[in-house]
Design a protein around this ligand. Structure first.
Ligand code: NAD
Ligand code: ZN
Length: 655
């Protein structure tokens, strides 16, 4: 008995530690697979002993919430769901009732309240009693109606989720190993539970309603959950995909879902069965943790044993090199699988992997191949001493809890190709006609070494037009899109540099804080960076480190010679009266502004004055042609008034 108490205490501690990481920090310190196995062990012990420790996760929902978001108490407690993996249990549970079977979506549960036809609040489940208010974030979900035709008070529940396809793209942008998310659920939770709704907006969060909690009582649902969902749909909500079931067709309907899970772009970790009869369901009441009107069905993970053949090391743009397990092919959930990401070296070490080991593999949520366990644990993987791409030394670095491998060579080809590809991508400098393959060829032929070289590809015209897949026309298109890219915004430029964790939305936030003054941005100080929502210690340090790096400084200086920031953006910065008391005269044609008038407006917006002729009171003459012999130029020379080009003027106002 004492033994069992000790075991229970240990299990509770381990599960709570994992729950804390999972619910509070959107992190996983163990796989769901391991968590569920330990949880089942705990349930078993609780049943045997008849004792439930007061802090047992079996009687608590979620975890105590500790975030900067405001909290509110739920009108009705938000519970978890009892689970089974057995279809017969599901059938017994349904008995002769009509049921509704739907995907159990794997994201973040949200309660929405509407008042007078408008979205009034959005709150997370939290610890079931208190949730976090995330109304502003919900407003930028992809598919939530902000206004509905129903005007009474209404409360509904649903799941916020991120598609697998979006997850891949978004996670790829997050370069910091520690900040990377293992699955769409954690990414979704991290995207919704934070203070900055611009981040939420970029993370493409979708909401699917799965239950109506209350209305003003003036809508007739004929006591049916299905009717409630259809009504929500008619108001403009996307509802979770569901099917009506009875005990007769339950088994085949479960099968239908099982066959369709792989084609589902939205992550789900099972199914939910609910009684269609509303009053019957409510009459059953709840346990401390579960409502009795619904039950979750979890897939029995198909687990296969196989042999680990090798570890492949896959490099990425920031030099991070990740281990991938390659094993003898096995059939899993209907497809052949032979590779699974191990995420980082810490996980590899925890599994004590060695070549030839017998490992168990499964597909998390029936989709993502994972290693469940290593049965033989020989633990002798050589971590490469050199980068698999450039053969320069590779180095293991520890960031808090996570150990990962990095290439130390900033010239690493993989890094280079990726940094070019990123630089030219649509949200960055938007240069068309430069696929990854083309970039690789240009690098291999020595045409481009650093980013600024892209602006000098004209030099290689003869070579390029004869390259495979290129002709006169595509060459011309390429050059014209490169020329167009010379005019850009500060945020796009900052984003294009490929700094760790600086996606477009972070870049915009930083530019806003620094009023688009690139010179200030590159000399940013940590304290001020930390005042920007979404910028924490890790990001700020990486940011500052990036700009201190001498090599990066050269790259940036070279780029700044090639590009200009859009004048409109410069004009937007109305905070500083930078040109107060200064008088300008403009002559000759302008290139960066649409016309002289636009340039005049910018000067005036910044507190300066523009006059028509050069006098002793003139501070600057703006003229792109230094050798011009116009009367204005002559006069300026006579009076010793500086003649500056448009470019120099732009530099002046950009600080
Ligand atoms: N890896 C870890 O360290 C770790 C830690 C803690 C929890 N977990 C995972 O979380 C699970 C337990 O989490 P839980 O209790 O928060 O939630 P749960 O997995 O038991 O799911 C219940 C929730 O699903 C939601 N839901 C989704 N689709 C629904 C639908 N169609 N109809 C009704 N409800 C729907 C509801 O909001 C409900 O509260 C564990 O089984 C484990 O997999 C993992
Ligand atoms: Zn390398």
């Amino acid at each position: 008995m004492e033994d069992k108490m000790e075991q229970m205490k240990e299990l509770v501690n381990r599960l709570n530690e994992a729950g804390k990481a999972y619910y509070q920090e959107n992190r996983e310190i163990m796989s769901n697979f391991e968590y569920d196995a330990l949880y089942d062990q705990l349930l078993e012990l609780e049943k045997e002993t008849g004792i439930v420790l007061s802090n047992s996760p079996s009687i608590h929902v979620g975890y105590e919430i500790l975030s900067e978001l405001p909290k509110v108490r739920h009108e009705k407690p938000m519970l978890s769901l009892d689970k089974t993996k057995e279809v017969p249990t599901l059938k017994d549970w349904l008995d002769s009732q009509d049921g509704l079977l739907s995907w159990k979506l794997d994201g973040l549960t949200i309660v929405l309240t509407y008042k007078e036809g408008k979205l009034f609040s959005a709150v997370t489940r939290g610890n079931g009693e208190y949730g976090e208010v995330i109304t502003n974030n919900a407003r930028v979900f992809k598919n939530i109606p902000l206004n509905i035709t129903y005007k009474g008070d209404m409360v509904l529940r649903g799941e916020a989720v991120i598609k697998y396809s979006d997850f891949e793209k978004i996670n790829a942008e997050i370069e910091d190993v520690e900040a990377k998310y293992k699955n769409p659920r954690n990414l979704c939770s991290g995207s919704v539970r934070q203070l900055n709704n611009e981040i939420t907006a970029n993370r493409k969060v979708h909401f699917f309603a799965f239950g109506l909690v209350s209305t003003a009582g003036d809508v007739e649902f004929h006591n049916s959950r299905k009717n409630q969902l259809l009504w929500l749909k008619s108001l403009g909500f996307d509802i979770v995909e569901n099917k009506s079931v009875t005990e007769d067709n339950l088994e085949e309907t479960v099968k239908w879902f099982a066959e369709h899970v792989a084609g589902n772009d939205f992550p789900s970790d099972g199914l939910v069965l609910t009684y269609d009869n509303i009053s019957y369901g409510i009459s059953l009441g709840t346990t401390a943790k579960f409502p009795r009107d619904s039950i979750a069905f979890k897939w029995v993970d198909e687990i296969r044993e196989t042999t680990l053949k090798e570890i492949e090391w896959s490099a990425s743009r920031t030099g991070l090199i990740n281990p991938i397990a390659v094993f003898d092919p096995v059939e899993l959930e209907g497809t052949t699988v032979s590779r699974a990401s191990i995420h980082n070296i810490s996980i590899m070490e925890a599994l004590e992997l060695g070549i030839g080991d017998t490992i168990q593999v499964y597909k998390a949520n029936m989709i993502i191949p994972q290693i469940a366990d290593n049965l033989t644990r020989s633990g002798f993987i050589d971590i490469p001493k050199v980068c698999p791409v450039c053969l320069h030394p590779a180095q293991v670095k520890q960031v808090n809890d996570v150990k990962a491998l990095f290439c130390t060579n900033s010239e690493c080809l993989a890094k280079k190709i990726k940094s070019f590809t990123h630089f030219v991508s649509r949200d960055a400098m938007n240069m068309e006609g430069l696929s990854e393959a083309t970039i690789e060829k240009f690098i291999a032929k020595g045409m481009i070494h650093e980013l600024a070289d892209l602006f000098h590809l004209k030099k290689y015209k003869d070579e390029i037009v004869t390259m495979e897949g290129f002709g006169e026309k595509s060459y011309k298109n390429l050059i014209s899109s490169i020329e167009k890219a010379r005019s850009t915004t500060t945020a796009k430029f900052l984003y294009s540099l490929g700094i760790q964790n600086i996606g477009l939305s972070n870049a915009k936030l930083i530019c806003r804080e620094y009023k688009n003054q690139f010179n200030e941005i590159r000399n940013a100080e940590k304290e001020r960076l930390l005042t920007i929502p979404g910028i924490g210690d890790v990001i700020a340090d990486a940011f500052i480190w990036f700009f201190r790096n001498e090599n990066n400084q050269i790259i940036i200086d070279d780029l700044l010679k090639e590009i200009q920031f859009e004048p409109s953006e410069v004009a937007e910065d109305d905070s500083v009266n930078l040109l107060e008391g200064k008088t300008f005269v403009i002559t000759g044609s302008v290139e960066h502004y649409a016309n002289r008038n636009e340039l005049k407006e910018v000067i005036e917006q910044k507190g300066g004055k523009v006059t028509g002729s050069v006098t002793a009171k003139t501070d600057y003459l703006i003229n792109n042609d230094n050798l011009s012999n116009s009367t204005k130029n002559k006069k300026a020379k006579e009076l010793g008034i500086p003649v500056i080009t448009e470019e120099e003027f732009i530099q002046m106002i950009q600080g």
